[in-house]
Design a protein around this ligand. Sequence first.
Ligand SMILES: *Cc1c(COP(=O)(O)O)cnc(C)c1O
Length: 251
Amino acid sequence: MMSISERVAVVRTKVEAACERAGRDPGSVRIVAVSKTFGPEVIREAVEAGLSIFGESRVQEARQKIPLCPGHLEWHLVGHLQRNKAREAARLVSCVHSADSWRILEALNGAAEEAGAGLKVLIEVNVGGEGSKYGFNPAEVGEALKRSAELPRLEVVGLMAVPPFTPDPQGARRFFRQLRELRDRLREETSFRLDELSMGMSHDFEVAIEEGATLTRIGTAIFGQRLANWRSQKGSWNIGGVSEDGESETR
Ligand SMILES: *Cc1c(COP(=O)(O)O)cnc(C)c1O
């Protein structure tokens, strides 16, 4: 079995190769290590392998885990957020990738204001138009951006998407491209620069990088498989009932 540092080395090599193919500077892509279900000791191994940005998908889990991890790390929230968790999210993370509705944008702005801080957010776009997925319809993003001028505590830094799953990662390419083209268009039509494109997961991050990802959210390829019954997994993060506070696993 490969160690985390070996897996990180493999991921980095693939990131660099994808940048090379796309004529991009490897420094323009940052890996967000999605550490959900894994505990602080496992995260520390990833830190030792040189990673410093970690992504969690549940606020309850992040709240318990972050204080036990090295203090210099950057934490991002990548999973759907409920409004009643916005205050805690704003306190725990510096960036929310999954701003998927106007209501949550407003809640995050209020939460950041209470915390006396600013918060970076990415607008999540439902590129596949899937009923089962969160996110703004592509046609609504321009309006949301314009309205976000009313939310002074939020800095909208880019767009995020989780495309429909296809067994062949090439199937995701058109959705990644669609997100980049939407970004390019909004950049021309608004005053937002939207520098960040959060795209790609373990299965398809190379394609996402070829299409312009600047933040790529990688879990399994770094930490290994998340077991269905992850509470029994070695190095897993033991927190009581998964749905105790009404949150659910995204994957
Ligand atoms: C879990 C998760 C990831 C990481 O998925 P892997 O396939 O394990 O790399 C990325 N993005 C989001 C939104 C997730 O929920």
